[in-house]
Ligand binder design. Structure first.
Ligand code: FCB
Length: 460
């Protein structure tokens, strides 16, 4: 009993993390350009200026995807590459042509393009106008979505509005470890609402212009929580249900509003917003890396134990009395615990709470200190990680979850946000000096897995 027919095997990347060409062909700066060029923000002072030079090497990368046998490729569009003058300005033809060629190249190779509109790279002009805490940003996003829909809607069959809005709102505006680096809990909650709104507006806008058989989705990094019930409830509210509620039609949970009442009165939510945020989606994307262990107690038992870069300010606003506990077991180079059981448990929860909603694992993977040795990268630990998580996906399927696909994070090593190039998540190794791509053992393993429809096979 293998994976069901039509199960999608893919790999994922994001624009700012791989493209480079930050100032090329008319691209304007995003908040990540500004942030990464600010001293002290990124480990080793790295920026995405060059990254994996996917902008220059996209053909070679497409060929690698074809060789891997991918069914689908999840990439993101850089908003400031296609609309450098803001949403009302003219389309930057050169920027749009890049994605057009990429999409055509995928289709020619029999790989389905999965386009994410927003993977954290807000045009800097929009941040200067207030960013996500401003309601207007949601409208600008909807306009951008519609223009992308008109441009690529004849060819893209699966659209994703946002990647991990939790990170955009709370790492960006509360703990400040991500761009734009603000530390304002009230602004972060407003940002979360405007991201929910942006998502709904974008789904509506896309549906009006793209091919009728296109499907629409959003990707969330749901925190799979374990530990003391009251601590779990609090974090679940401000990390998970703050998005699941509005997007899936039950609105903001009452306990979230109560927990955050000392921070904001939520007056940024207007009549009619509930209906917009709940624009129906066809599939929910889930990114999973590790479970989270919490208890009530003195804040942050160990710096960074929640899996995110350390900051004085917590991203978990309203959870100042929750401790994020270190977990037993193997850890990756991110310090994240390796535990695949959280993946099927989380998928089962989503399935139970939202029967009939198709799910997709849109990211899963691990960072390790990989070295090229005689032309080969022996990343056994990544192979084991991926294998265990694919097995968890299978358990979820066997338990009745409507799971449609699995995307490895990442196709290639890339700019890992505040950690710069120091953390390697790719199944393909990037030599940042030369741009050379080398398949890690995990890439060979993944190719064999896909060829055998998810069954384990000899990979080299
Ligand atoms: C996710 C992001 C992705 C990558 C992985 C490791 O939170 O969506 O861009 O950084 O983590």
């Amino acid at each position: 009993m293998g994976f069901p027919d039509g199960f999608v095997w893919g790999a994922a990347t994001a624009a700012y993390q791989i493209e480079g060409a930050a100032d090329q062909d008319g691209r304007a700066p995003s908040i990540w350009d500004t942030f990464s060029r600010t001293p002290g923000r990124i480990l080793n002072g790295d920026t995405g200026d060059v990254a994996a030079d996917h902008y220059g090497r996209w053909r070679e990368d497409l060929d690698a995807m074809a060789e891997l046998g991918l069914d689908a490729y999840r990439f993101s569009i850089s908003w400031s590459r296609v609309l450098p003058d803001g949403t009302n300005g003219p389309l930057n033809r050169k920027g749009a042509d890049f994605y057009s060629r990429l999409i055509d190249g995928l289709l020619e190779r029999g790989i389905a393009p999965v386009a994410t509109l927003y993977h954290w790279d807000l045009p800097q002009d929009l941040e200067d106008a207030g960013g996500w805490p401003e309601r207007d940003t949601a409208s600008r996003f909807a306009e951008y979505a519609e223009r992308m829909g008109r441009e690529f809607g004849d060819r893209v069959q699966l659209w994703t509005t946002l990647n991990e809005p939790w990170c955009s709102a709370f790492l960006g505006y509360a703990s400040g470890v991500h761009a734009p680096g603000r530390t304002d809990a009230a602004a972060a909650l407003a940002a979360a609402h405007h991201l929910n709104l942006a998502h709904g507006l974008a789904v509506r806008a896309l549906r009006g212009v793209v091919r009728p058989d296109a499907r629409h989705s959003v990707t969330l990094n749901l925190h799979h929580l374990r530990g003391e019930a009251e601590a779990v409830r609090r974090v679940d509210a401000v990390a998970n249900r703050i998005f699941l509620g509005p997007m899936l039609g039950t609105g903001y949970p009452a306990d979230l509003l109560a927990d955050t009442a000392p921070i904001t009165d939520w007056s940024f939510v207007r009549d009619g917003d509930d209906e917009i945020c709940a624009a129906p989606i066809d599939v929910l994307g889930v990114n999973y890396y590790q479970p989270t262990l919490v208890s009530l107690g003195p804040a942050a038992a160990e710096p960074g134990a929640d899996g995110h870069a350390v900051s004085e300010a917590t991203p978990f606003v309203g959870c100042e009395d929750v401790a994020f506990l270190p977990q037993e077991g193997e850890h990756t180079a991110m310090g994240w615990v390796v535990d695949a059981t959280g993946l099927d448990e989380m998928l089962l929860r989503l399935h139970r709470e939202n029967p009939g909603l198709p799910l997709m694992i849109t990211e899963n993977g691990a960072a390790f200190d990989d070295k090229v040795d005689d032309g080969r990268v022996r990343d056994d630990r990544r192979v084991a990680y991926l294998r265990d998580h694919v097995a968890a996906a299978k358990r979820a399927l066997d338990a009745g979850v409507d799971l449609r696909g699995y995307f490895a994070w990442s196709l290639m090593d890339n700019f890992e946000w505040s950690y710069g190039y120091s953390r390697r998540f790719g199944i393909i190794h990037i030599d940042y000096e030369t741009g050379t791509r080398t398949w890690k053992d995990s890439a060979h393993w993944y190719r064999a897995l896909i060829a055998a429809d998810g069954e384990e096979a000899e990979s080299r």
